[in-house]
Design a protein around this ligand. Structure first.
Ligand code: GMT
Length: 375
C-alpha cells in the first residue's frame, strides 16, 4: 500500500507512534510518505520504503499566524496525486484531520481514504475547547476510519465530542527488541547517579503531567530510601521544577537531562517510572518503561490502567491522591522482591500484548478494510 503519514514531528507520543508505525510498515514492503513541517524526531534515514516530504509555510506581514493547515492540505494533495497514495493516515486530529479533508476536496474524484488516529489531548484538552470543537468533530466524522489508542479515549471522544463514527481501538506499541532490560553500567556514572534507587520521569513537562509533584515526592522519600530522580524531556514546567527542587534543598538529587533521543539507553537504569499525569490517554512512556522491565507508578485514571495492571506491572494510586502515590513509591523502593516480580510481569506484558508486529497487523487490517481489499 502507499500511505501518506502525517504527525507532529516534535518529541511526543503521537509522533513516536506514527514514526514507528511507518518504520514497521516500510519493513513490510509498503511505501510510506511522511508529510510534515520537519522530519519526525525518531524517523530514521529515508530508505526501507520511507520518504519524507516537507511542508513549507509562507510568512507574510499580514499573517500573524502562518496558515500551516492550508499548506499541509496542499502538500497532502500534491503527494497523494504524484505518488498515487491509497491512504492519508493522520495522527492527532488537530489540524491534521482537517487538512486531510481539505486535501480530498482538492483531489475531487482522485480522493484517497483518510484514517485518523486520536492520541489524547486532541480530544481531552484542545479538541474540546470551543475554538476547535466543531471543526474537530466534523473532521473526525469525515474520516473513512477513526482509531483511538485506548478504550478510555474512544469513550471520551463519543462523550465529549459527541462523535458518532465507529472508533476502532488500536493500542500503542513498543519495539521490545530496542526497549529491553539491558542496562549499560557506564551510563550510571555518566548521568551522575550514585548507588541509590533511581526514579525516572519522561514527558513534555506540560501542566497535565504534574511534574512538580515528583519533586515533592522525592523530598518526602529521599531520606528513607536514598532515591534520586532522573527527569527527561523539556517544557513549561521544567524551570518551576528546578526552582522547587532548590527550595526543598534536593537539587543535587534531581537530574534534569533535557530531551534525549535514545531513551531506551537510560530507562533500564531506573527502578520505577513515575507518571503522575491528571489524564493520560495511554501513556506510551509507561509502556516503554515496562518493556525495559521498569514498573510504573501512576494514577488509576484515563487510559493508564489499560496499560499498567495495578499490583501486577506497577501501582496505580486513586486519581489525584498524591499522598498515596508517595507511600506507594516508598514501599515499592523498599521491597526488592516485589519490584523484581513487577519488572518481570511488565516486560512480559509489553512483549506479549503491545508488540510492534501485533499492532502493525491491526493497522494493516484496518487499511485493507477501508480500501475494500480486506477479508
Ligand atoms: O502527552 C502529551 O501531551 C503528548 C501527546 C502526543 O500527542 O504526543 O501524547 C498523547 O499521545 C500519546 C501517544 O498515543 C499517549 O501515549 C499519551 O498518553 C497522550 N497524552 C495525553 O493523553 C496527555
Amino acid at each position: 500500500m502507499k500511505i501518506g503519514m502525517t504527525c507532529y514531528p516534535s518529541a511526543g507520543g503521537s509522533g513516536v507512534i506514527a514514526t514507528e508505525l511507518g518504520h514497521s510498515l516500510g519493513r513490510r514492503g509498503h511505501d510510506i510518505h511522511f508529510i510534515s513541517y520537519s522530519k519526525p524526531f525518531r524517523l530514521d534515514a529515508e530508505g526501507d520504503g520511507i520518504r519524507f516530504h516537507k511542508v513549507k509555510t509562507v510568512t507574510y506581514p499580514l499573517f500573524k499566524y502562518p496558515p500551516y493547515s492550508l499548506a499541509l492540505s496542499v502538500r497532502m494533495a500534491e503527494i497523494a496525486r504524484r505518488e498515487n497514495l491509497d491512504i492519508l493516515h493522520v495522527h492527532y486530529a488537530i489540524p491534521h484531520a482537517t487538512s486531510a479533508f481539505l486535501a480530498n476536496q482538492i483531489l475531487g474524484e482522485d480522493r484517497v481514504k483518510i484514517v485518523t488516529t486520536l492520541h489524547g489531548t486532541d480530544i481531552t484538552l484542545v479538541g474540546s475547547d470551543e475554538s476547535f470543537f466543531e471543526i474537530t468533530r466534523f473532521s473526525i466524522e469525515q474520516s473513512d476510519a477513526v482509531t483511538a489508542v485506548s478504550d478510555f479515549l474512544a469513550d471520551e471522544t463519543k462523550k465529549v465530542l459527541k462523535v458518532k463514527h465507529k472508533i476502532d481501538v488500536i493500542p500503542n506499541f513498543v519495539d521490545a527488541s530496542l526497549f529491553n532490560v539491558d542496562a549499560d553500567p557506564n551510563k550510571r556514572e555518566e548521568m551522575g547517579l550514585d548507588d541509590g534507587p533511581v526514579l525516572i520521569h519522561i514527558s513534555n513537562f506540560r501542566k497535565v503531567k504534574n511534574v512538580q509533584d515528583l519533586i515533592r515526592l522525592l523530598a518526602a522519600i529521599e531520606e528513607p530510601t536514598g532515591a534520586q530522580l532522573l527527569l527527561l524531556g523539556d517544557g513549561p514546567e521544567r524551570v518551576p521544577c528546578r526552582i522547587l527542587a532548590e527550595e526543598l534543598g534536593i537539587q543535587s538529587r534531581v537530574h534534569f537531562l533535557g530531551n534525549r533521543l535514545a531513551v531506551q539507553n537510560i530507562l533500564p537504569l531506573a527502578d520505577v517510572l513515575l507518571l503522575p499525569s491528571t489524564v493520560e490517554s495511554f501513556g506510551l512512556v509507561a509502556l516503554e518503561a515496562m518493556a525495559c522491565g521498569v514498573p510504573v507508578v501512576g494514577y488509576d485514571g484515563g487510559g493508564l490502567p489499560e496499560v499498567v495492571r495495578h499490583g501486577v506491572d506497577g501501582l496505580l494510586a486513586p486519581l489525584g491522591d498524591r499522598e498515596r502515590m508517595i507511600e506507594m513509591t516508598r514501599e515499592l523502593l523498599q521491597n526488592d522482591s516485589r519490584r523484581a516480580e513487577m519488572a518481570t510481569s511488565s516486560r512480559k506484558r509489553a512483549v506479549e500484548a503491545f508488540s510492534s508486529d501485533r499492532i502493525t497487523d491491526q493497522y494493516e487490517a484496518l487499511y485493507r478494510r477501508v480500501l475494500g481489499t480486506g477479508d
